[in-house]
Structures are given as C-alpha cells and as structure tokens.
Write a protein that binds this ligand. Sequence first.
Ligand SMILES: C[S@@+](CC[C@H](N)C(=O)[O-])C[C@H]1O[C@@H](n2cnc3c(N)ncnc32)[C@H](O)[C@@H]1O
Length: 207
Amino acid sequence: MTQDSRFWDKIAERYAKQPVADEAAYQTKLEVTRGYLRPDMEVLEFGCGTGSTAIAHAPYVKHILATDISSKMLEIGQHKAEEAEITNVTFQQTGIDEFSVADGTFDVVMGMSILHLVKSRDAAIAKVHRMLKPGGVFISSTTCVGGVFKLLALVSPITQRFGLLPLIRSFTVEQLEDSLIKAGFAIDYKWQPAKGKAVFIVAKKAG
Ligand SMILES: C[S@@+](CC[C@H](N)C(=O)[O-])C[C@H]1O[C@@H](n2cnc3c(N)ncnc32)[C@H](O)[C@@H]1O
C-alpha cells in the first residue's frame, strides 16, 4: 500500500457521496464518449474511482476493465455495479505504472481526473498508446495548471507526507497535448468548458 492509495482509501466514502462538481459538463463528456463506443469494444478505465463513469458506459460496450490503486474506491464501485445489475465491468486493484497487458488489447482507454496524479504523465500516455488497438482512442479529462490547482501542486509533496493530499503534478493544456502527440496520438476532440476547468480530450491512435 502506498501513501497515495492510503489517501484515496481514507476519502473513498466521502468521495462517493460528493455530487459531481459540474454535472452539465460531466453529462456532455459522457455523451461525447458514447459517440466513440461500440457494442463489441474492450475498454479500460484507469483511476476509475468509485466506478460511476465505467458503470454509465457499460451498457454500450462488450466489457470494461476498471482499475484503481484504492481498494476502498473499488469496493464501492463493485457494490454500485451490483446494485445497477451491471455484469460487464471487472474491477481490479492496480496502479497504471504497474498495470501490464498485451499491446493492442483495448479499443478505448479512459483516464478521468487522473493524469495529474500519475508518476510520469509521458510514461502513462505511452503505455496507453501501446495498449490501444490501431485506431483506438484515449479519452481523458484533466485539470491542468491554474490558480488554486498550481498552489496545491506546489504544496502537495509536503502535504502528501502527512496523508493530507496525494502528490499532484501541474502542467498546462499545451504540455498535455504535446505529451499526447509525442506518444503518437492525434487530437480528435478537445473541449474545455471554461478557463481553469478540466480539459476533455479524445486522442486517436493511427489506424
Ligand atoms: C480524482 S479521483 C478520479 C476518480 C474517477 N476517475 C472520477 O472521475 O471520479 C482519482 C482516482 O485515481 C486513483 N489513482 C491515483 N493514482 C493512481 C495511479 N497511479 N494509478 C491508478 N489509479 C490511481 C485514486 O485512487 C482515485 O480513485
């Protein structure tokens, strides 16, 4: 168990009860994502949290592997899936750094509110690119650098030691796009509801 998984375990119950910060934007992201989904698709969501997004998309694909470092987040997700009678989502405890599958396994990979939390954004994006089939898409939503968030990123190495925050990496939307392009993706869709809000990007692997 790592510092960060302990942090997420600790806040999992509270996180599950919190309303989505911007419901309208969330619904738009679900709708855009749905446009990329097909019934025969294999999907990965890493950093799935309590599974809301995976559960919402499950009826539109063959199978979703939903992964997270926090066992408590996954327990809640599993329970929510059972309540919703969703049987095609598998929950697995793993960090994106440790996770390993054969190249070209997935049609779609989703990473929502997670790229600022991983050890190396470039390594995670390169791994996603390898895990995707040709023509597959990586759908992400990421809070990039800005006011309060920049401050949180700065203090997070200290607060992480006391279990108060996970380690947060701060970067700009342009740096995120550069990482995606460097890994071999083309940006298929990009939407930022307002300055300072999370940027939603659909990045496509060449077919
Ligand atoms: C901000 S929450 C986002 C959860 C969910 N994707 C959502 O949009 O509500 C970040 C999640 O990522 C998980 N996480 C943090 N670092 C991770 C890593 N390196 N690999 C996989 N999951 C991670 C946390 O346990 C937490 O559930």
